[in-house]
Design a protein around this ligand. Structure first.
Ligand code: SAM
Length: 296
């Protein structure tokens, strides 16, 4: 991973493939919440057979794999416009021993959609806030579902908080100021509108919003990897905090004062007592929303 150099925000790009490590860490942090979310989706299927599932904007395949586990008799179609993301999905399917059930589709949701056989379930996690015309995309999803089919949309309600208010360094409240500074820049994984009205407008019924706490167990967060650098050896939580704040750095930079910039760079340093990779006072706090909607 690229390590920060003090006062050189130009080092941090926001290309699409660059988000892959954060998405994979997100999957680890989200594991328990994702279980609850897919449980709610499966319960809403009410015992109906689920044979075909479409994951829209699949990224590195977090949802694809969770759906494959939840619907063990289904074929999962992972759609993304990025071939690099789809490569990652294919290798995950291979390592999990389910390559024959996971299909990848390279397509742009903003273009004309490929012709599909009807799906029982469509899933879109952290992807619909990126499309150009959500109304048109919702109409296309409705058309891609079989009658009675379900759409599940998942979004972050707020950016997750990972830092304690008082870091013992700089002025307390840094993370809230970072979030405020990022908001106007619309950095990746930005916030989303409430999709309820758009779903109803598109013709979905039984539209309901559910909220899920992201409160991973200490065991899930404490897992360590092995590797030669402190970054590679850090816990899931430390790597998640480091990777997510590193990703916000560019967008937040112009809106932070010099003291906050200095503090952020100390946190993002590859090592040192205050580095995120070495701190013992990190947490993950946040919520995600799930919208369930049915094709009549
Ligand atoms: C933030 S990632 C979320 C990935 C995954 N669903 C998850 O929850 O971890 C958004 C994904 O949507 C894809 N995406 C964004 N706009 C898209 C579009 N118009 N057509 C197809 N894929 C798109 C991106 O390439 C990226 O992989």
């Amino acid at each position: 991973m690229t390590q920060p150099h003090a006062h050189s925000p130009q080092h941090y790009g926001h290309d699409h493939a660059g988000i892959a490590p954060l998405l994979d860490l997100d999957a680890e942090v989200l594991h328990e919440a994702l279980f609850a979310i897919t449980n709610t989706l499966r319960a809403a299927r009410d015992g109906q057979r689920t044979r075909r599932v479409l994951d829209l904007g699949a990224g590195t395949g977090t949802g694809t794999m969770a759906l494959a586990e939840r619907f063990p008799r289904a074929d999962i179609y992972a759609l993304d416009r990025s071939e690099q993301m789809l490569d990652l999905v294919r290798s995950k399917a291979f390592f999990r021993g389910i390559p024959e059930r996971v299909h990848t589709v390279r397509a742009d949701l903003d273009d004309v959609w490929p012709a599909f056989e009807p799906f029982d379930v469509a899933w879109a996690s952290l992807s619909l806030h990126e499309v150009a015309d959500p109304d048109r995309v919702f109409e296309n999803i409705l058309a891609a579902l079989a009658p009675g089919g379900l759409l599940a949309v998942v979004e972050m309600d707020t950016r997750p908080f990972v830092l304690p208010d008082d870091l013992g360094l700089g002025t307390p409240g840094l993370e809230a100021r970072i979030h405020t500074a990022v908001a106007p820049a619309r950095a990746p994984m930005n916030l989303h509108p409430d999709w309820t009205d758009a779903l109803v407008r598109a013709g979905f019924t039984d539209v309901a919003r559910h909220r899920f706490e992201i409160a991973p167990s200490p065991q899930a967060l404490a897992r360590f990897a092995s590797g030669p650098t402190p970054g590679e050896r850090a816990s899931v939580l430390a790597r998640y905090a480091h990777t997510s704040l590193l990703r916000l750095r560019d967008a937040a930079w112009p809106g932070l004062n010099q003291e906050d910039r200095d503090t952020l760079d100390i946190l993002l340093a590859a090592d040192g007592p205050h580095s995120l990779l070495n701190r013992g006072d990190l947490t993950v706090n946040g919520t995600r929303s799930l919208w369930l909607a049915r094709r009549p």
